[in-house]
Design a binder for this molecule. Sequence first.
Ligand code: ADP
Length: 332
Amino acid sequence: MEHNKRILSGMRSTNPKLHIGNYEGALRNWVDLQEQGYEMYCMIADWHALTTMFEDSSVIGRNCLEVAKDYVSAGIDPGKSAVFVQSNVKEHAELHLLFSMTTPLGWLERVPTYKEKQADIGGTEREPYGLLGYPVLQTADILLYRPYGVPVGRDQAPHLEIGNDIGTRFNRLFSTDLFQPYKYMIPEDENRAKVPGLDMRKMSKSYDNCIYLSDSADETAAKVKSAFTTPTKIKLSDPGIPEGCAVCQYLKLYSPNWESQWQEDRDGVRGCMQNKRELIEILNEYLRPIREKRASISDDDIRDILHHGAERARVVASATMEKVRSAMGLLP
Ligand code: ADP
């Protein structure tokens, strides 16, 4: 099939920095897929950032440059993969509008993350219309590329499901087979699919509990030292509960010896300080190549990469829009 090797994924530019949850849950998979020869479209979702940041929009453009730097530092090769900003490919807005006409309101009101975000914002007088439509825009982002798969962390699963439903409904309404269901590519390793934060909630920039890819070695060390550990383990000899300890969770992700480290923690023959010391060393070594690459990329390099990435994305996006307009019977 013509679009069999295409992959679309993205992150919002709500923050200038990506965290190790974004990396383990999504970005690392993108790099693997790129190396396996998939045709990658790596988007930075600036319009999505506006759903929660419309009062703070002046930083969103700058954030896009920084997020793109993180993509490239983590191994996305702009020679192989298209790195682009959502608002630079206007077809995303057109397909969003058309899907907003075909998507039942009830589907959107039932999305679990909608209720959560709605509660955060505090009332319908403050809630933007775009928040409810978030999964519709996300579906447009995805289906414009008619991809084989979408690699994301576990938290995105409900949005991906509704996207396939919107595509199937479009096919049925307009008697076409334009949108084939795409695969959800969530890491099989549950530790990577949902990385805990320093406080053991989900790692998320909105909780301020993140280790960022661009943190310095010293910043990373300070964060690990402050991370949540077993509250009842005061002395080294107190038994630990690694399942509930952020430092032990990160050891499981990054240390080849995590099983013996967990056992010793449980048995009270290893203390939290030792866990933290060892983790700081392993994590800083793991992040070193990403930081070094980041330091070598200028703003001009990134602007150039984004310009070319948008050109490549537009080729696919405009071809899909021609098919969409034709299926719906709109004038070309
Ligand atoms: P955040 O939750 O920090 O606002 P985004 O919603 O922009 O991050 O998510 C960008 C990508 O990173 C998505 O694919 C999402 O599933 C993934 N992701 C975010 N947080 C985590 C996490 N803690 N563990 C694994 N993947 C995550």
